[in-house]
Write a protein that binds this ligand. Structure first.
Ligand code: FNR
Length: 348
């Protein structure tokens, strides 16, 4: 079968990956209501095209923190791309670079920061989990900054790991050789046990000042789901917000990200870029997020599917499909540039 859509890649990847690894990547917390809702929210979107706008060949390049992105798209931070393909994040970074897209590299990446930065031709952002041991967190950030990461993304929806029932039932352990190679310490084999021992559950807003005191990189917070938290983040002086429910992997029952995106965009009122992730599987889903005011979107699991199916080439194809579909959706809705995308594109 020739894969034409991200759905095709998902089906091919499911057939290839070990079942327990598949469950770890695909699964969500609890009954997976939020996981399902993320995607269902986009199924309900109806686009309202404007005709005869001469919108062939739309310009989809954008700028974030002064960097040029080929499209308003980046790879979401995910642990252990090495589970999907031995080249792991190295293949992802090369794939993203080939299409001009940034990658958010997880604290739990399976490949070294240095090799990722040397392979990268587009920005790399470091996703940060804050550990109980602040010095360990500081070492991680200093390592990332020294290696050449361009921004920090603090994940704020994980004071502890969500209850991912598939992994509990499977008693999921990382296969031999899969490790967070940028972290010191040990005891990583069960991601859930490691997280509950190491993640700082007492984290509060003072962490923003602490991060500012140890790093001069732009700082985003990832995992905001309400207007009031978005306002709080802006007051704390963050450089960007990622609206996220961690792909439905943290608290089951929270809203789909697309549902809360408009209220957060309104609350932020242009003070900083608002990005979003969760369930984005088609170019028109990207267009819908941009229409309600996202500066860019992050895509998660489909990148792992691309890796599982075809390594670097597979991941590049997945990202390329999204770019092509976004271009197509812009042409067909009569929006020749990102600046022409507006809330009126979405109707009910
Ligand atoms: C994640 N996600 C995640 N987020 C984060 O901040 N740090 C991390 O290490 C991880 N690890 C991780 C592993 C796997 C296997 C998945 C699927 C997800 C969450 C991720 O950044 C993002 O929020 C969601 O994956 C986006 O939803 P979609 O695109 O996967 O639906």
């Amino acid at each position: 079968m020739t894969a034409l859509t991200l759905g095709d890649y998902e089906n091919l990847a499911r057939a290839r990956l070990d079942r327990l690894v598949w469950d770890f990547c695909a699964g969500g917390a609890g009954e997976e209501r939020t996981l399902t809702a993320n995607m269902a929210a986009f199924d309900d979107v109806r686009l309202r095209p404007t005709v005869l706008r001469g919108a062939s060949d739309p310009d989809i390049a954008t700028r974030i923190f002064g960097d040029r992105w080929a499209a308003p798209l980046a790879v979401a931070p995910m642990a252990f791309h090495t589970l999907a393909h031995p080249d792991g994040e190295l293949a992802t970074v090369r794939a993203a670079t080939s299409v001009g897209m940034p990658v958010v590299v997880s604290t739990m990446a399976g490949r070294r920061f240095e090799e990722l930065v040397s392979a990268a031709g587009s920005p790399l952002w470091l996703q940060v989990y804050c550990f109980r041991d602040r010095f360990r967190t500081q070492r991680l950030i200093e390592h990332g900054e020294r290696a050449g990461m361009n921004a920090l993304v603090l994940t704020v929806d994980a004071p502890r790991l969500g209850r991912r029932l598939r992994d509990v039932r499977n008693d999921f352990r990382l296969p031999p050789g899969i490790m967070p190679v940028n972290l010191d310490g040990d005891g990583f084999s069960s991601p859930a046990a490691h997280a509950s021992a190491e993640l700082d559950p007492t984290l509060d807003w003072s962490v923003i000042d602490w991060l500012r005191s140890i790093s001069s990189l732009p700082l985003l917070v990832k995992g905001i789901l309400t207007a009031s938290d978005a306002e709080r983040a802006v007051r704390a002086g963050v450089d960007g917000i990622v609206v996220s429910n961690h792909g439905g992997r943290q608290l089951d029952g929270v809203p789909a990200t697309f549902e809360v995106l408009p209220e957060i965009v309104a609350a932020v009122a242009g003070s900083c870029p608002v990005l979003v992730d969760g369930g984005i599987r088609r170019g028109r889903d990207v267009l819908a997020c941009l229409a309600v005011g996202a500066a860019a979107v992050l895509v998660g699991r489909p990148v792992l599917h691309g890796l599982a199916v075809g390594g670097q080439e597979g991941a590049a194809h997945v990202l390329g499909i999204l770019i092509e579909e976004l271009t197509d959706a812009m042409t067909l809705t009569g929006t020749p540039s990102l600046a022409d995308i507006h809330p009126g594109l979405i109707g009910h």
